[in-house]
Ligand binder design. Structure first.
Ligand code: MD3
Ligand code: FE
Length: 219
């Protein structure tokens, strides 16, 4: 599916698809996420060095998963608690990546962020643990509306805020790839979408981030 595509919605290199997925497609993705979490449970990431817990929980699908703990940020092929490899990336997400990026290699990581707590948020940061910086990052929002903030390549620059709704897809590539970004807050109770999916029954917001980690010739 390809709904209305907005080019440069949040600056050069950004593409916004409002309602990329309809109700049925969103429910299909959520069912797949339920199975992924049954095999690879949501875990509490911790800040490097201090071990301070984040306010969200996360897990991954795909060949590589992104984790954060006392030792730092990194990609690894296995779940930090079960030691098992991450579940496969759902086919619908591979199709999405092809459709909106046209990148010559598939995404290696689907990071699943779950904002369950009413105060869950994500501070302003850059995504810089990937080698393939020519590949865009694709974000899918599900459930409650998220108040997203994006700045430029420097922490102290001007920022812009935008609300991300369930079913929305954003692509961040080119000049926006290293922009600072974060989630200020979630509008708790703004959607009933997650209620039917077991691991998300308490509601809140889910974000999927698709990333290419290694350059295409690395396999
Ligand atoms: C802009 N997640 O996991 S997705 C993250 O909603 C992350 O959970 C947020 O930032 C979330 O790293 C925001 C939107 C997003 C993702 C990657 C980007 C925006 C981006 C990379 C570069 C620029
Ligand atoms: Fe990020």
């Amino acid at each position: 599916m390809r709904a209305n595509k907005v080019t440069d919605a949040l600056g050069p290199g950004t593409f916004y698809y409002a309602d990329y997925w309809d109700d049925m497609a969103q429910n299909g993705i959520l069912a797949a996420l339920g199975e992924i979490i049954a095999a690879a449970p949501l875990f509490v990431p911790r800040m490097p060095r201090t071990g301070q817990p984040w306010s969200i929980t996360m897990t991954n699908a795909g060949k590589l998963g992104w984790v954060s703990d006392r030792d730092g940020y990194r990609y690894q092929p296995h779940h930090p608690e079960t030691g098992e490899n991450w579940p496969e990336m759902p086919a619908a997400l591979l199709d999405l990546w092809d459709d909106v990026t046209g990148y010559p290699a598939p995404p290696e990581c689907c990071l699943i962020n779950y904002y369950a707590a009413p105060k869950a948020k994500m501070g302003l940061h850059q995504d810089r643990d990937e080698q393939a910086l020519d590949a865009p990052v694709v974000s899918v929002s599900l459930g409650d509306t998220g108040v997203f903030r994006m700045g430029g390549a420097h922490r102290r620059g001007k920022t812009r805020s935008m609300r991300l709704h369930s079913g929305d897809v954003f692509v961040f590539g080119g000049a926006s790839r290293m922009n600072f970004h974060g989630i200020d807050r979630v509008l708790h109770g703004s959607s009933q979408r997650l209620a039917a999916t077991a691991p998300f029954a308490e509601g809140g917001r889910v974000n999927l981030t698709l990333r290419r980690v290694n350059p295409p010739d690395a396999g």
